[in-house]
Design a protein around this ligand. Sequence first.
Ligand code: G16
Length: 559
Amino acid sequence: MLELQNEIKSFDFSFINNLAKNKHKKAYQGIVQYGTAGFRTRATSLDHVLFRMGLLTVLRSQVKKATIGLMITASHNLEIDNGVKVVDPNGEMLETSWEIIATKLANVEDDKVISILQEIIKEQNIDTSLSASVIIGRDTRSSSLNLSQAAVSGIKAMNSKFIDVGVVTTPQLHYFVVSMNKNRDYGIPALEGYYKKISEAYKKIIETTINNGKYSNKVQLDAANGVGALAIKELKKYLNGALNIEIYNSGEGQLNYMCGADYVKQKKISPLNIPINPYVKCVSIDGDADRIVYYYIDKYNQFHLLDGDRIAILVADYLKELLQQSHLNLQLGLVQTAYANGNSTVYISDTLNIPVACVRTGVKYLHHKALEFDIGVYFESNGHGTVVFNESAINTIYMTANNNSLSSIQRKAAQTLSYVIDVVNQTVGDAISDMLLVELILHAKGWDIVTWKKSYSDLPNKQVKIEVQDRNAIITTNEERCCIKPKELQKEIDKIVTKYEKGRSFVRSSGTEDVVRIYVECENDSDIDKMAAEVSLAVYELAGGIGIKPIIPESNKQI
Ligand code: G16
């Protein structure tokens, strides 16, 4: 069980000032920004940022009168980077207005740290005599331990209580924050509580549904050489063979290097070190285990990806079926981003008849939008997503499951839904619980991975990244689907897309890497490389590209 350390006393600003100017002084003079998922940059530039985030989370905890989380990770980035995500009381990412405060505090000169802290206290009207608590976790990067110590140094300097949970996945840290704040209503705040909750609910569903024979419970899992490998090894103990997970890239190689969910999604190829045999179900998770994608190769060695869009559709379709069987009138909705394949959006609205919303990139935006539904499914196509159930939906589901006056079909469907609620990590996208969710659905439907893939065809698509002098020079609107700065760029993109049947493209600056991301999709596979090169060249020329200039292939042949 987690235990809070340290006792609350009043702040000693001269002590904090001394730490800020000496032990945790700025080693990096560039600007760091709280981006899509917190601060993320070279690990060597982050000590002062972590110290200051330690200070800030104590204030945030006093404002929210709740436990706040600090996760040290750079998720899908390579080992050389690191970062920090601040987790708000209900498991959401830090509130946007505080991202600005965090960015300000992270960037001021060492001798201004105290005055900024005082400014925050005044502006936010913080009662600094209140008790505060922070939970801190880290991934397996070699830089993570020192950075977590810098954060602890900040937390201790503010005399706050804290728990250092050590090496955990990002979703586990979110789970801890929520279970601490919800007084255990969400789950027991310990790793054992997390594993038990999701594995027991999974086993209950597996036991009560019939397998028609096509489903195989074998999964080859690429753990990106990250913390997910440790977590999956633990999970296996709780699953007792209910799922046969073979783990690859479990830490012997470099983190996220030619492996992991991001690599597989972007390159559309298998990762290193995973045995590839036709039709074997494979999954890749990312460095902090908050994203997951599925894939297989066919007998012609062709690679087939089942990304976040497909997972969302599988999950939403299954939930809709259970809602129909249990006669529950709950509003189910799905949230995507502009990266979602056009055909997936059409399939959700036209075939599944489920309302679908589009928001900008970043789980924080998807999560909030999903909360508008009774049951909100959200997934980014990169495999980051989950399902959220509101309180009244949860109560209705439990009541229906226990209402003996209803038919056994109705009750059983509601019972299954109640188990699904426990399999899902509602606090944030969680590769591990998402895998269990996908597996229980495939099991219930009796599907192999090929049958799952058959539901609809993706439009050919491609994502590329371009380095520019200043990625902030790109400004977008309309959920990132339209570029308003540099002014001429959108006109150029519009011209390019009209040349291709079902052409669609958008560009946006990444919030986790120093690049501009480009997305293109169109009807014909043979056009996709040319289209991507044309948009890349437009970005390069109009947004200050650096490095090698993109070359447009002469024909529409694939390169
Ligand atoms: C983070 C965010 C995701 C986002 C991804 C890429 O994921 O949590 O919502 O899709 O970054 O963001 P960007 O395109 O801005 O670089 P992770 O798994 O890296 O923490």
